[in-house]
Write a protein that binds this ligand. Structure first.
Ligand code: PRP
Ligand code: URA
Length: 209
């Protein structure tokens, strides 16, 4: 079973609290999301494999650590996942970015895929799927299934807020995928929004409502 890593860090908690506040502007919301993504990225990348290389310092030769893999793909689920990309790219400027466009049908609440574009040969890369909200889990499960159907094996999921239902749904369908999340909230409401949550992440990032 994939692990659920819930962050317990005062800086992340404070920024998340500011984001939950309905009075926070889109400009501040975007900035906070970028900062939290960078802080979370530090932990999401913690178990990346490393290898030793020989380096000549100005003083002597030594054996030092670098990343073993050199191909990483950040995959935002459009739209809201875009808000988490820049923070991760600050940490991993060498990473590639693929995009999956999904939206939830307002009646059926099922995710509909409308866009898919990945870097060449990305299947063997280490993949971080990002989306601020893990509500029913339908979008994340679909995005991960879509990646697996193309041969991807090394996938982790990074969300800002999850509902317990969403965590369970991902674990049921993709038990090999670790989930990294800043908070697991109480529940979903009748519209499948996370309670207390922060509202519609896409709208808050892009100021569309
Ligand atoms: C939101 C959010 C997730 C999805 C989560 O996107 O960014 O992708 O809902 O819900 P789920 O876990 O129940 O699938 P939305 O469909 O509102 O699209 P948007 O990002 O374009 O606003
Ligand atoms: N999507 C969002 O943007 N927010 C929620 O609370 C649930 C789904």
């Amino acid at each position: 079973m994939g692990k659920v890593h819930v962050f317990d860090h005062p800086l992340i908690s404070e920024k998340l609290t500011l984001m939950r506040n309905a009075d926070t502007s889109s400009q501040n919301f975007r900035h906070l999301l970028k900062e939290v993504s960078m802080l979370m990225g530090y932990e999401v990348t913690r178990n990346f494999e490393t290898k030793l290389v020989t380096v000549q310092t100005p003083i002597c030769k030594g054996s030092f650590t670098i990343l073993k893999e050199d191909f990483f793909t950040i995959v935002p689920i459009l739209r809201a996942g875009l808000g988490m990309v820049d923070g991760l790219l600050e940490l991993m400027p060498f990473a590639h970015v693929g995009h999956i466009g999904l939206y939830r049908d307002e009646n059926t609440r099922q995710p509909i895929e409308y866009y898919y574009k990945m870097p060449e040969d990305f299947e063997s890369s280490v993949i971080i799927v990002v989306d601020p909200m893990l509500a029913t889990g339908g979008s994340a499960v679909d995005a991960i299934s879509s990646l697996k159907s193309r041969g991807c094996k090394n996938i982790r999921l990074m969300n800002l807020i999850a509902a317990p239902e969403g965590v369970q749904f991902v674990q049921d369908h993709h038990p090999d995928v670790d989930i990294y999340v800043a908070a697991v909230d109480e529940k979903l409401n009748e519209n499948a929004y996370i309670v207390p949550g922060l509202g519609d992440a896409g709208d808050r990032i892009f100021g569309t409502k």
